[in-house]
Design a protein around this ligand. Structure first.
Ligand code: ADE
Ligand code: ZN
Length: 356
């Protein structure tokens, strides 16, 4: 057992104490995050501030009002609220601000590296120039990485419900490949826009040297996951339907296709009925390459530390299993091999000291 120190002391007789120590463990364990949306990470007070700055009516005046907006009838309702909230992002300073705050928040939870998705289509559709978005994000990244000592890389995530914009998002990703952008993917309305529609864009992205991800198996089934693999996606976002198809399940395991899982998000969008029904534990124990992530943290009333806490408290994972999931994040990342090895060694050292 590589994480002996982690698994010792995990159980306390006093339930209160255990809750507190689990939350502290979840915050302190070194982490990377592979599935988190920049716009969906905007804090409610920042959303309100930017709405006032640009005189945008978001139907909310207080943080409490904003939190009320974040109750969804279903997945498509979530996507509507997501798109509505992006309207407050207008100039490069706004994108710099949310990127800077994102990095501050990641650092506070001991996240050392994030591959953060940017929903470029949501901005293009409103007439915001891609350069404004990218220059703002890169400036926020420069300042945030310096001030908070945590790193990030961008994945441009095209909204599949606007198929006509997907080529443009892919081209912007290609233009910024190696200059802040590491990957390309698709999100949004999975049920109505299957992966096959985007074969050309994925091929072009790969040609441009970008790494590939795809939301799949979140609100559609195994067919959608097969389609995503056929596009060349190396990581699938969510993938809660993997076990619907035993052949798919075996394929994901043998090809080491990562599943970037987001348990609280899945409950809040209705993708799964309860946290207890989430398959992440089963997938981990069956040897799939699973990572844990917060997706759109304030929009789902969660945080990356809370996802780690939930693994322990709601899903009953041992600390050694949780540490393995943290390391899976590094393995599934798009970092170069030597950086992965260096980071894994660093994490193992830090994990060994957690109980001190
Ligand atoms: N965009 C932001 N969050 C998303 C999610 N959970 N699924 C698909 N697209 C998204
Ligand atoms: Zn997502």
């Amino acid at each position: 057992m590589p994480f002996k120190a982690l698994s010792s002391g995990a159980r306390r007789r006093d339930g209160e104490m255990m809750t507190e120590s689990t939350a502290a463990f979840a915050r302190r364990i070194p982490k990377v995050e592979m599935h988190v949306h920049l716009e969906g990470s905007m804090q409610p007070d920042t959303l309100l501030r930017l709405a006032r700055k640009h005189h945008v009516d978001i139907g909310a005046d207080t943080v409490h009002d904003v939190e009320s907006l974040y109750g969804y009838t279903d997945f498509l309702h979530f996507l509507e609220v997501y798109q509505m909230s992006t309207q407050v992002l207008r100039d490069a300073e706004d994108f710099a601000l949310i990127t800077y705050e994102f990095l501050r928040n990641q650092a506070a939870q001991n996240v050392r590296y994030s591959e953060v998705m940017v929903s470029l289509s949501d901005h293009l559709i409103r007439g915001i120039d891609a350069e404004t978005v990218m220059q703002g994000i890169l400036e926020g990244q420069r300042r945030g990485e310096h001030d908070f000592k945590t790193r990030m890389a961008v994945i441009l995530d095209a909204g599949r419900q606007w198929p006509d914009l997907v080529p443009q998002v892919q081209q912007v990703a290609a233009r910024y490949a190696g200059r802040g952008v590491i990957g390309f993917g698709i999100g949004g309305d999975e049920a109505n826009f299957p992966p096959e529609l985007f074969t050309d864009e994925f091929a072009a992205a790969r040609e441009a040297g970008l790494r590939l991800t795809c939301h799949a198996g979140e609100v559609a089934g195994a067919d959608s996951m097969w389609g995503a693999i056929a596009l060349g996606a190396e990581r699938l976002g969510h993938g809660v339907h993997a076990h619907d198809d035993p052949t798919l399940y075996a394929e994901l395991r043998s090809r080491r296709v990562a599943l970037d899982m987001c348990p609280v998000s899945n409950v809040r969008t209705g993708a799964i009925p309860t946290l207890h029904a989430h398959p992440i534990r089963r997938y981990l124990e069956d040897g799939l390459l699973v990572t844990v992530n917060s997706d759109d943290p304030p929009m789902f009333g969660t945080s990356i530390a809370n996802e780690y806490r939930a693994l322990a408290e709601d899903l009953g994972l041992e600390r050694a299993q949780i540490a393995e999931i943290a390391l899976n994040g590094i393995r599934a990342s798009f970092l170069p091999q030597d950086e992965k090895q260096r980071m894994e060694a660093e994490f193992r050292t830090a994990m060994g000291r957690l109980d001190e």
